[in-house]
Ligand binder design. Sequence first.
Ligand SMILES: [Zn+2]
Length: 105
Amino acid sequence: MTETNKTIPWTDTILYSRPEEQFISVEREIVPGQRCPACAADDVRRYPIVNWMGARIVTKCQNCFHVLELRETVREDRWPPYWPVTHDWAVSLAEQGRLSQRDSD
Ligand SMILES: [Zn+2]
């Protein structure tokens, strides 16, 4: 576990209360000063998603859906709301071997 990961207690990533809202929604944070390179619109927003690669944070034009940035999450993003307790633990030697085997294929 790195120093940056210690800022959020591990219990906050596995224990969370039941939502009290009737409808659940995602806040799309406005990215000020950002302009879409595809359509030149200035309505660019950043928000959490889940796609085929897993949980990600996307920065996307809301006019044409051009993706400006797609990155992996960090604990500070609080996305996904649940993380395995062992998410950032060092992998075993056996797993390291499997990963290096996969990379060389
Ligand atoms: Zn656009």
